[in-house]
Ligand binder design. Structure first.
Ligand SMILES: Cc1ncc(COP(=O)(O)O)c(C=O)c1O
Length: 440
């Protein structure tokens, strides 16, 4: 089923636009390699040293200002003054764990829950999306008594031992464990016009395979914008039949909102809401604290009960008052500055502009997305996904002061994901840089 590429191979997520150590690296790069060793991951063939950031811009040590289109963390804008102020005020006053009552924490959780389905009324706070997904899988397994997990082919859900097992795009070698089945991503490349029907059939095939293996399903875990699968947003609603199928087999649906959550898709505050489904469990992270490390898993009380009866839960840093202050400020800024609406409007403008560029260049084979989350497929002359050309475009965009990354099975999809405060002028700037990068 896989599309042929100019370079054949599927790409591992950390491989995309990655620096490769060689001879003659600069002193700061040498230092980093010495400090992080084999675990070092840097962007770009010539890594950039950053010293500051504001709004949608990052500032390098040499004074260059880069328009940041590869950042789903400082989502309301780098160093947003309201978040900075909230964090500074709270850390100067009190920071402690959730075994004390601190009203800032409950104020925040109530504000967050007001944005979620009412039945998902219990929140487990963590420090990373990985921890949140790890918990979600454990809660789903405890609640259902099943163990099987269905994910998509190029999914990434984090870095703990458990979530690495459900993140095919993280594996450099080896295969998924028996309890995990990866299905094709919900795009036209696999399912043609009937994405909803094809995707549901894939989930059903995975469930049947679990049956043959003697494994009961626990959950279907999906990033509801399918970001590492190459950003697959349309048609809204395609997720619903797949969710129905997993529930009919006794499994839960876990919506991983680490990427699409907090207004990014423009149409809705959460990615799953575009599909008209109510998840059993929701996980979130990245933009939640605009850079303050915080994440969460939200579940129904009855689903949480079995897990907490078995092991219970405590997290030293998760859900501390400083995280709550950061998270609350983020929600306020999204609302006060109309950032979800901006994602919808500026995102539509950006999408239209990129489609215009695509109309004039056969190497741009698709532009798709929702709000300020857009995927742009790049191909060679024969129409095959072209990761080498994608890296060339990424480097050329950098030369035009724009930061951008790649996604998808072959690393041949530009992942367009700027802060939600992006202005029309900045969107225009991106389109012009893309045009210039294609021109070589
Ligand atoms: C969809 C998705 N889920 C989970 C994670 C893991 O989050 P974290 O890096 O905060 O552990 C990521 C990180 O990129 C992600 O993209």
């Amino acid at each position: 089923m896989s599309a042929p590429t100019a370079q054949g191979q599927a790409r591992q997520i950390l491989d995309m636009n990655a620096y490769r150590p060689g001879n003659g690296q600069s002193r700061p790069v040498e230092r980093r390699l010495a400090n992080l060793g084999a675990a070092s991951v840097l962007f770009y063939r010539q890594p950039i040293e950053m010293v500051g950031a504001e709004g949608a811009w990052m500032i390098a040590k040499d004074g260059t200002r880069y328009l940041d289109f590869y950042n789903n963390v400082p989502s309301v804008g780098h160093s947003h003054p309201k978040v900075v102020e909230a964090v500074s005020r709270q850390i100067a006053q009190l920071n402690t764990n959730t075994r004390y009552i601190v009203s800032v924490v409950d104020d925040y959780l109530e504000a967050l829950k007001a944005l979620l389905p009412p039945e998902l009324s219990n929140v487990m706070m963590t420090c990373s999306g990985s921890e949140a997904n790890d918990l979600a899988i454990r809660v789903a397994r405890a609640a259902t008594g099943g163990t099987g997990i269905i994910v998509t082919e190029t999914a990434y859900h984090g870095n703990t031992a458990l979530v690495t097992e459900v993140s095919p795009s993280a594996l450099k070698r080896g295969s998924l464990p028996e309890k995990v089945i990866a299905i094709p991503p919900p795009g036209a490349a696999h399912f043609g016009e009937d994405i909803a029907g094809g995707f549901r059939a894939s989930v059903e095939a995975a469930l049947a395979e679990f049956g043959r293996r003697g494994i009961r399903p626990a959950a279907f875990l999906a990033d509801s914008i399918f970001s590492s699968d190459g950003i697959l947003a349309d048609p809204p609603g395609f997720l619903a039949p797949a969710v129905e199928a997993v529930r009919a087999a006794g499994g839960l649906f876990i919506a991983d909102e680490v990427q699409p959550g907090f207004g990014r898709t423009g149409d809705a505050f959460w990615g799953y809401a575009r599909h008209g489904v109510t998840p059993d469990i929701v996980t979130m992270g990245k933009p939640m604290g605009n850079g303050f490390p915080m994440a969460a898993m939200v579940a129904r009380p009855d689903h949480l009960e079995q897990f907490c009866a078995d092991v219970g839960y405590f997290n030293t840093f998760g859900g501390n008052p400083v995280a709550a202050a950061a998270g609350h400020a983020v929600l306020d800024v999204i609302c006060e500055e109309g950032l979800q609406e901006n994602a919808r409007e500026t995102g539509a403008h950006l999408l239209a502009g990129l489609r215009q560029v695509a109309a004039g260049d056969a190497r741009v084979t698709d532009v798709r997305g929702a709000g300020l989350f857009i995927g742009v497929d790049l191909a060679d002359e024969a129409g095959r996904p072209d990761p080498a050309f994608t890296v060339q475009v990424i480097d050329a965009m950098r030369a035009h002061n724009v930061l951008i990354g790649a996604a998808g099975r072959y690393g041949a999809t530009l992942k367009v994901r700027p802060p939600l405060c992006l202005t029309r002028e900045e969107a225009e700037r991106f389109i012009e840089a893309f045009r210039a990068a294609l021109a070589g």
